[in-house]
Design a protein around this ligand. Structure first.
Ligand code: F6R
Length: 618
């Protein structure tokens, strides 16, 4: 999750830009950079690591630009914090990126999907690249189209890009103009008197102005000291009213949400989009070329073993269903802290997958090491570049959820599930276990998940809050599900336990009659995951059993599934998608339910008692 800040006005801007980046640090980053127009040239400094490193690089470079002391300070510039996706964490790959003549500099958030083909085209035309990033394409594309008008060139470049991204461009010949464009990734303009800001999030300029213009999808905005002009992708002017932001600094860090957890719940569509977009480049294939695992190995591995803890373990359970169903490879699952102590049998032809968002969980790392010692190949599925898991594994599949501050995992869970879907599909593709048409169907459905995630949250938020109000004083919750619904029950119950401190249990619905049914009475809410699946009828008969004991049933169901609404007391509907993908939507109302129950009880959801974000000790 990168950060963008741009400024044009009458004040020296380098410190303003870096102050803006500091406000975006919470998003996580691994390198940073700033470019300003100073004394007739673009002066750019980039550094790997944190902003202190960038400040030090600027100091070494020579204060305000390494130019003659008498030069007036720069009053236009762009700055960026990068979270590496394409290309390693190096100074060359840090933004801003320039064109061949070093007259155009850009900063970009998100992913350009068609970067490889555009790079080839541009190289054939003679453009020379200095980084491995997808972002650098954009400065060269603008160069290709530039004919004296920066806005027109940006619009033409924008039309050639695919993916989800937001970028800001600056040209040496336009010392009072920044041009920015947005496709899905956020972009906002901060309006002040004789100066204007553009950024990926409001906190970047909140200390300077509270007047905000939101740039919408497929819009281009030209920013000068006098104002901001928004146009659509065809160049038609768009009028937009300014908003006055009333948040305080603390709320600003949380993007206007009351808590980090709520903000991160709302970032889930973006997290999944970042995880999947460039890995699904076509209609019926998965590109995991960034994951350095030999195709032959994936084709011939005899067994897969998944090790993880907590929420990551639940993501692994969903992954197991997908891999077994699609790729027909046997998958074992183990809680990492159990696996490491049970003298597991590892064979060279086993692929062991360690799922850990932090990449630092001691038990998961130990389990991965043990598997490697036993001769298995180990794949880490992690969110954090450079974490121990990435160093200990043979290969890494990154989730790209951005930094998660709330202790309860939300956006990292859905991006882990998305990563496991990609892996399942890739294995099926390599092993020839699914027809192309079925792969194409799933690819299309996976691509639509980000917008369905947003839709689910928008549609279930208020209802989950209302259900929470009616149940916040209950002493115990039971979660029931079958098949792919079961890991979602486990995860929903974990969320409730950790942030609301209310005891909860999650069970395979078929096991109920073997004991847990004794727990039920009129005071026990039973949360049922009853999304469409081949086992829905069975889930529904379990719901009937529960209701016969007077328990109050809260169901998560697929839109249009009236049968569920008829038997449940309250139903939270999620959009229809392929039934194997329903878990990634079904968890969302359960996160919201747990969240609102905890809030009703006045609890600190971001920092629950007794818990730390990363468990690094045994
Ligand atoms: C629950 C939660 C934990 C983590 C677990 C593993 O909300 O966050 O259960 O999932 O501690 O952490 P990682 O994924 O960092 O290994």
């Amino acid at each position: 999750m990168c950060g963008i800040v741009g400024y044009v006005g009458d004040r020296p801007c380098r410190d303003l830009l870096i102050a803006g980046l500091e406000k975006l640090e919470y998003r996580g980053y691994d390198s940073a950079g700033v470019s300003v127009i100073s004394d007739g040239e673009i002066d750019s400094v980039r550094a790997v690591g944190n902003l202190a490193n960038l400040r030090e690089a600027i100091a070494q470079h020579g204060g305000d630009g390494g130019v003659a002391v008498a030069a007036p300070p720069a009053t236009i510039g762009v700055a960026h914090t990068r979270w590496a996706t394409h290309g390693r964490v190096t100074e060359e790959n840090a933004h801003p990126h320039g064109d061949c003549e070093d007259k155009i500099h850009i900063v970009l958030n998100g992913i350009v999907e068609n970067h490889a083909e555009l790079r080839k085209e541009l190289q054939a035309e003679g453009h020379e690249f200095s980084s491995e990033t997808d972002a650098e394409i954009v400065s060269h594309l603008i160069e290709r189209h530039y004919d004296g008008d920066l806005t027109t060139a940006v619009r033409a470049a924008f039309a050639e890009l695919r993916g989800h991204y937001a970028f800001v461009a600056m040209h040496l010949d336009h010392r009072d103009t920044l041009v920015a464009a947005r496709k899905e990734c956020p972009l906002v303009v901060g309006r002040a008197g004789e100066e204007n800001f553009v950024a990926s999030a409001i906190p970047a300029f909140l200390a300077e102005t509270r007047r905000v213009l939101t740039v919408e999808n497929d819009e281009v905005v030209t920013i000068t000291p006098d104002g901001a002009e928004i146009t659509d992708a065809d160049g038609n002017p768009v009028s937009r009213d300014e908003d006055e932001v009333t948040w305080d600094e603390d709320a600003a860090e949380k993007g206007g949400y009351p808590t980090f957890m709520k903000k991160e719940i709302h970032e889930q569509a973006d997290a999944v989009a970042e995880t999947i977009t460039d890995r699904l480049p076509g209609l019926d294939s998965v590109d995991l070329s960034g994951v350095e695992l030999d195709d032959d190995y994936l084709r011939t591995a005899e067994r897969i073993m998944i090790v993880a803890c907590g929420t990551s373990y639940h993501a692994g359970l969903v992954g197991r269903y997908a891999i077994e169903q699609w790729a027909r490879v046997p998958v074992g699952m183990d809680i990492a802290s159990e696996y490491r102590y049970r003298e597991p049998v590892n064979r060279p032809n086993d692929l062991v997958i360690g799922i850990t968002q932090s990449g630092e969980t001691a038990d998961t790392l130990a389990a991965m090491r043990l598997a490697r010692e036993g001769g298995s190949k180990v794949l880490a599925v992690t969110n954090i570049m450079g974490s121990q898991a990435t160093r200990d594994a043979d290969a890494v599949l990154y989730t790209r959820a951005g930094l998660e501050i709330g202790v309860a995992a939300t956006k990292t869970f859905v991006s882990q599930v998305a990563a496991m879907y990609l892996l399942g599909l890739r294995l099926a593709e390599l092993r020839g276990t699914m027809p192309r048409e079925r792969i194409a169907e799933l690819v299309a459905e996976i691509k639509s998940l980000p917008s369905k995630i947003d839709e689910t949250i928008a549609k279930t938020d208020k209802r989950a809050a209302a259900i929470a109000r009616g149940h916040a004083d209950r002493r115990f919750f039971l979660y029931l599900g079958r098949h792919i619904g079961l890991p979602i029950c486990l995860e929903g119950a974990l969320k409730l336990k950790e942030i609301s401190y209310i005891p909860a249990d999650a069970y395979a619905a078929g096991e109920m009659k073997h004991g847990p049914i004794a727990l039920l009475d009129e005071d026990t809410p039973v949360v049922c995951v009853a999304t469409d699946s081949p086992v829905l009828d069975k889930v529904l008969s379990n719901v009937e059993e529960v209701r016969a004991r007077g328990a109050d049933v809260i169901a998560v169901a697929t839109e249009g599934s009236d049968r569920v609404a008829e038997v449940a007391d309250q139903t939270l509907f999620v959009p229809r998608t392929d039934w194997m993908l329903q878990p990634i939507l079904a968890i969302l109302p359960l996160q919201l339910l747990a969240y609102y129950i905890a809030r009703e009880n006045g609890l600190n959801v971001d920092q629950p008692r007794n818990l730390a974000k990363t468990v690094t000790v045994e």
